[in-house]
Design a protein around this ligand. Structure first.
Ligand code: COA
Ligand code: ZN
Length: 321
């Protein structure tokens, strides 16, 4: 009989996919250009650690996001032998053509649930984004490449405040009607709360039951992992996170990093949920990521270590009175 520690907590899924988005969402707002070789090393290290779904870059305008200008070269250098699914963001048909040419496994189209963030992020209305995605789906179908969808500002918008759940549902339905049934709800600026997670997951389960939902949180207000827990309680089994908690969004004020991959894996491990990821290896990759970007990252596990990593008593002075 297994111990309580080996079983997942009652009602939570037994197995979860951790989708690494650090190489794209994390690095895109780093002011210093991270060399292509370092990006490739980061992705390969994550695959070594057991991650099997990675958003590795974006095929966006190099003027809008200069850090992603080496997208095709990054893809060309990644180890493709271990079956990891490599995806990339594409905003328009030009991005889709570049992504197909570079050999992505799946393209991710993205738009915001709020009009003002969509205008800031991709310089077009939501309707115009949706209209353009039909051509991207065609390009994907012709190339035999899957198209996934993402919705930014799904839990709130930095320019508009609350985002109605109906806006998220309407986009999810439009995606579904185009054949897009893998959907990520992005919390671009960390405005998600457990109640909003519950509400949105239930509304989508009702409106688009065939769609596979992923949750993408930022830890801007310190409740990223609490929101993951709320998602687990709704049966969600895909969570997006960023190594070391890298991240931010270049097109919103005060944006900070994604939830941290190794902190997420630690939490899932301790809930008895299987991820297939090796925590010690992940922590080593996270430390390398700090070297690559040249500054401290917010992840906590890489600083504190796993809970059973005990210290020698000789390492600290005794508190003599
Ligand atoms: N890849 C490379 N270049 C691209 C491109 C793409 N996917 N899309 C457009 N461009 C180039 C065009 O060729 C054109 O170049 P030129 O001036 O040398 O002819 C220039 O960018 C402007 O093209 P246009 O279609 O008018 O785009 P825009 O200026 O309205 O910008 C986007 C629209 C979507 C391309 C731009 O806002 C963008 O890349 N946004 C991405 C934002 C992002 O990644 N956010 C973070 C993720 S949430
Ligand atoms: Zn994000």
């Amino acid at each position: 009989m297994s111990t309580t520690a080996q079983r997942s907590l009652a009602g939570l899924p037994q197995k979860v996919s951790v989708v690494e988005v650090g190489p794209r969402d994390g690095l895109q707002s780093e002011p210093k250009f991270v060399a292509t070789d370092e990006k490739i090393g980061l992705v390969n290290g994550l695959i070594d650690a057991g991650i099997r779904h990675l958003e590795v870059t974006s095929f966006v305008s190099p003027r809008a996001v200069p850090q992603m200008r080496d997208a095709a070269d990054v893809l060309a250098g990644i180890d493709r032998t271990r079956g990891a699914v490599l995806t990339a963001l594409v905003p328009n048909t030009k991005g889709a053509e570049r992504a197909v040419e570079a050999g992505v496994d799946a393209m991710v189209v993205f738009m915001s649930a709020s009009e003002s963030h969509n205008l800031k992020n991709v310089n077009r209305t939501r309707q115009s984004s949706l209209d353009g995605f039909k051509d991207i789906c065609r390009i994907g179908a012709e190339a035999g490449i899957d198209v996934y969808g993402a919705i930014a500002t799904s839990f709130g918008c930095p320019f508009e405040g609350d985002v109605p759940v109906q806006s998220v549902v309407d986009i999810a339905k439009a995606y579904r009607d185009m054949g897009i049934t893998v959907l990520s709800l992005g919390d671009t600026t960390g405005m998600a709360t457990p109640r909003l997670v519950q509400e949105r997951c239930r509304a989508l389960a009702d409106a688009v039951p065939e769609t596979d939902i992923a949750l993408h949180f930022h830890n801007t207000r310190g409740v990223g992992l609490v929101c993951v827990y709320a998602g687990l309680q709704e049966g969600v089994t895909r969570f997006e996170s960023s190594i070391g908690g890298l991240g931010g969004c270049p097109f919103v004020p005060k944006a900070t990093g994604n939830i941290c991959t190794e902190d997420l894996v630690y939490m899932l491990d301790e809930c008895g949920i299987e991820t297939g990821v090796d925590l010690a290896q992940l922590i080593a990759v996270s430390r390398k990521a700090e070297d690559s970007v040249g500054h401290m990252l917010p992840g906590q596990l890489m600083k504190a270590g796993p809970r059973l990593e005990v210290h020698s008593m000789d390492a600290v002075a005794t508190a003599n009175g």
